[in-house]
Structures are given as C-alpha cells and as structure tokens.
Design a protein around this ligand. Structure first.
Ligand code: IMP
Ligand code: MG
Length: 183
C-alpha cells in the first residue's frame, strides 16, 4: 500500500466485505442479469470510471450474454470524502446507444446525484432499455431518488475503499472492501 501524502490524516482500513463474499455476490448478480437480458441482441455494459473498473471486469466474465463494454467518466468528488454538487462528463461513451440495451455499472450509490445525472444523459440518447447494477448502496445518504435494479451490498454510512474504490486515488487495489478509519 502506498504511503499517504504527509498532508493527509493517517488512517487505517477495517475490512467490511471479504474478497470471497464479493466474488460470490458477483456470481449471483451476473446470473440474475443474464436472465433479465436473456433475449438481448447484445448488452452494452457501461462502466462508470474509475471506481467500477474491477467490478465490471469480474461481472462481465460471469455474464452469459453477448456483451459490449464501454466506459463513461464523470466527476463529482475530487480528493475529498464529501460529495460536491457538480457532475461533469470527463470521458464520454465511444459507441452509439440508441435502441440498445444498457447495463450501467456503478461502484457506489451515495446521494444518488451521480447516477441520476448519468441516467438523464443516457436517456436523451434513446436507448431501448436501461438498468443499473451498483456494487454498493448507502441508502441512508440518499438525496435524490434513483433506483438500481441490482445492488451488491447495502452498507452503512462509512467511507469505503478497495475493489476499485479509492480514497484520494489510493487503495483501489485492495482485494476486499474496507472502511476508512482516521487515527
Ligand atoms: P453520489 O453522487 O453521492 O451518489 O456519489 C456517488 C459516487 O461518489 C460514487 O460513484 C463514488 O465514486 C463516490 N463515493 C461515494 N461514497 C464513496 C465512498 O465511501 N468511498 C469512495 N467513493 C465514494
Ligand atoms: Mg464513482
């Protein structure tokens, strides 16, 4: 693990969800998603960068469907643990999505603002069906009503890292999900 910059407060990470539990959950989510989209011509799996990159890699390998993978990057957090209000597109999709079946893959639904904004943008492009799969959900933090059809795990209001998720760009490579605890 990289050493935090000296300006950052020291912290430790408490394991919250083991790598084994994540793998088992990914497998069952993929089974449900494969059943739901069983009649699709081809599913466009839209990963929201950067936090979903490990989740999407594991999930698509368990999907029993023809898939395409595309990525969208929006900003909202910067290097802080507080949600800022602004959501901007940093990297758009490469492919056209009109008339397509989409699965949006997000790491965490927190206030719901990011996902709600992303769904608005994608909706203007007239996809056929859009569903959301989020690895983590913090329902107690919700400010905007937004529904993910599939949720990996509901978690309490803790700042988490690992399995692709960062704190100030650190700890994405942790194989499990842990909660940040400042010392
Ligand atoms: P929302 O717009 O408030 O729902 O924020 C969603 C985004 O904030 C997620 O996609 C994450 O990138 C980030 N985020 C929310 N909670 C956490 C956390 O506990 N750790 C790291 N990133 C988080
Ligand atoms: Mg994110």
């Amino acid at each position: 693990m990289t050493t935090p910059p000296t300006s950052a407060k020291p912290y430790t990470i408490d394991e919250m969800i083991s790598a084994k539990a994540i793998a088992a959950r990914v497998e069952s989510l993929a089974r449900e998603i494969s059943e739901h989209f069983a009649d699709t011509e081809k599913l466009v799996v839209v990963g929201l960068l950067r936090g979903s990159f490990i989740f999407i890699a594991d999930l698509v390998r368990e999907l029993d469907l023809p898939v395409e993978v595309d990525f969208l990057e929006v900003s909202s957090y910067g290097n802080s643990t507080e949600s800022s209000r602004e959501v901007r597109i940093l990297k758009d999709l490469r492919g056209e999505i009109e008339g397509r079946d989409l699965l949006v893959v997000e790491d965490i639904v927190d206030t719901g603002r990011t996902l709600s904004h992303v769904l608005d943008i994608l909706g203007t492009r007239h996809p056929k069906r859009v569903e959301v799969c989020a690895l983590l959900d913090k329902p107690s933090r919700r400010e905007v009503e937004v529904k993910a059809r599939w949720i990996g795990f509901e978690i309490p209001d803790r700042f988490v890292v690992g399995y692709g998720i960062d704190y100030a760009q650190r700890n994405r490579n942790l194989p499990h999900i842990g909660a940040v605890r400042f010392l």
